[in-house]
Design a protein around this ligand. Structure first.
Ligand SMILES: *[C@@H]1O[C@H](CO)[C@@H](O)[C@H](O)[C@H]1NC(C)=O
Ligand SMILES: *[C@@H]1O[C@H](CO)[C@@H](O)[C@H](O)[C@H]1NC(C)=O
Ligand SMILES: *[C@@H]1O[C@H](CO)[C@@H](O)[C@H](O)[C@H]1NC(C)=O
Ligand SMILES: *[C@@H]1O[C@H](CO)[C@@H](O)[C@H](O)[C@H]1NC(C)=O
Ligand SMILES: *[C@@H]1O[C@H](CO)[C@@H](O)[C@H](O)[C@H]1NC(C)=O
Length: 433
């Protein structure tokens, strides 16, 4: 594969992750799969979906299938663990209607509602760990800046406990909720839930990945959710669940499935190896073009990142206080300005939109990553600047470079960690493609 092809291919993968890391401030979400069903499939789907709400049990979980071979439809419904049966049924009933309206003639779809989740597919979905498609939602209210580290710490510990509790639930219910005290006399409420058909390992992995998405979707927010087909988690500073959950019926007996466990362990390893090989490819190509003195040693990363730092005030002066006349264009995540440093060097400055939802350390790590991944055909990233909530990326100014160059680097920057953390399953699809 030629280098440009590889880049294009990487670009394609990365842009396809974009929507996944940027939740809408809308507290419901849905995703449609493949469309173009047969009338037999539609008829099976209608039969199946109309049976879900009336049959869902007290534990708030239901799975069922209708049809044979390529016309077989599978469905799963899951109510939030604290929701009473009648509310659960009415939520599932509404979602069966809504999802069919939103995704007509689709083989598969998933919808997340406040109190329930509904999913149908022509693929087998019982006992499967499905981490994608993933959606995240965040609250528009912020934790005050000075409280963010303490809030994050409390939230992280809380989600660790909830993950342990949820995974050790039985085959009827894998749900846990908790409240804890946060900074500034705030209480943080959170819940974690898996579909109970998962094994404890599957549930743990699903919630672990979902928790890792929080710094990217919801950092500094008073509330957030990460929604996956097999699990979801949510936190708020206001209580959003009933604290006395409905009691489940006794479990019918456990199942063991070692082959699935093996698959869960092997597949991520294989995918990680593919990813690593891809990255090594890029690094090695880069090395060929680089003079040996330009090497950045891994051990020195922490100090080398500081050498890439530009003074915010200096950039402000260079761009004439980010004046409109210096604006080069508007990319996906902010505005690009032209600037001139005191030594006469021309630069292009990308001012990231303030809600990029990222902490300082993550930002620095990613800058370092982008610097290392540079190639002669890409606009060179010279460094960065940070002050308060302002995050700037400083590039070499190339008069003839199109905005696409900037866009590429920034989309890369925004998506790298999110992708690596949480979208490996989709990555494997993209690799086949
Ligand atoms: C399937 O989706 C594509 C893209 O949204 C649309 O153009 C096409 O008409 C749809 N096909 C059917 C059968 O609904
Ligand atoms: C739901 O899944 C379980 C476990 O695979 C299976 O035993 C059961 O038959 C399924 N229920 C229906 C209604 O298909
Ligand atoms: C199910 O939802 C539909 C549409 O939202 C509504 O017309 C119907 O009355 C509901 N059925 C029940 C049993 O609640
Ligand atoms: C599900 O439907 C899609 C779209 O038609 C098809 O490509 C896929 O092979 C189907 N999967 C199964 C398991 O039937
Ligand atoms: C919350 O923070 C984001 C980004 O930091 C900002 O865009 C937004 O206006 C803030 N919201 C409130 C209500 O202060």
């Amino acid at each position: 594969m030629g280098y440009w092809k590889l880049l294009f291919f990487a670009f394609h993968i990365l842009t396809s992750f974009h929507g996944l890391c940027n939740g809408q401030p809308d507290f419901r979400a849905h995703v449609c799969g493949d469309n173009g069903t047969t009338s037999m499939y539609e008829s099976n789907k209608n039969t199946l979906l109309s049976s879900v709400a009336p049959n869902i049990g007290r534990n708030g979980f239901y799975n069922s299938s209708v049809g044979q071979n390529s016309d077989r439809v599978n469905a799963i419904a899951l109510c939030r663990g604290d929701v009473e049966l009648d509310i659960c049924r009415s939520c599932v009933n509404d979602s069966t209607h809504k999802l069919v309206q939103l995704c007509p003639n689709y083989h598969g779809a998933i919808g997340w509602y406040d109190k329930c989740m509904l999913r149908f597919s022509n693929y087998t979905i019982f006992h499967q760990l499905d981490i994608g498609p993933e959606r995240s939602l965040f609250s528009l209210n912020n934790v005050s800046d000075s409280d963010v580290p303490q809030f994050n710490q409390a939230l992280r510990l809380m989600l660790d406990r909830l993950r342990e509790k949820a995974k050790s639930g039985d085959s009827l219910r894998k749900f846990a909720s908790e409240r804890t005290s946060g900074p500034a006399f705030q209480t943080i409420y959170a819940l974690s839930q898996c579909t109970p058909d998962l094994s404890d390992i599957q549930c743990y992995d699903c919630l672990d990945g979902a928790a890792k998405a929080i710094p990217y979707c919801c950092n500094g927010r008073q509330g957030g959710r990460v929604l996956r087909p097999s699990c979801n988690l949510r936190f708020e500073t206001e209580r959003f669940y009933n604290e006395t959950p409905a009691t489940p019926q006794p479990p019918p007996g456990k199942d063991s499935s070692t082959t699935r466990t093996v698959i869960i362990i092997v597949v991520p390893i294989v995918i990680s190896v593919i990813l690593i090989i891809m990255f090594i490819c890029i690094f090695q190509r880069k090395r060929k073009h680089r003079k040996p003195t330009a090497k950045i040693e891994t051990m020195d990363e922490i100090s080398s990142i500081e050498t890439l730092r530009y003074d915010f005030g200096a950039i402000r002066i260079a761009t004439d206080n980010f004046s409109d006349s210096n604006q080069l264009g508007q990319g996906g995540f902010g505005v690009v300005y032209k600037g001139t440093l005191p030594n006469g060097k021309e630069i292009a400055v990308k001012r990231l939109s303030r809600d990029s939802g990222q902490g300082e350390q993550e930002f620095k790590n990613e800058v370092l990553l982008v610097v290392k991944l540079q190639h002669k055909n890409l606009v060179r990233l010279l460094g960065f600047s940070l002050e308060g909530t302002e995050k700037l990326l400083v590039y070499e100014f190339m008069p003839n470079a199109s905005l696409d160059h900037f866009l590429f680097v920034v989309i890369w920057h925004q998506n790298m960690q999110c992708m690596v953390n949480s979208q490996l399953s989709q990555m494997s699809l993209a690799l086949v493609y």
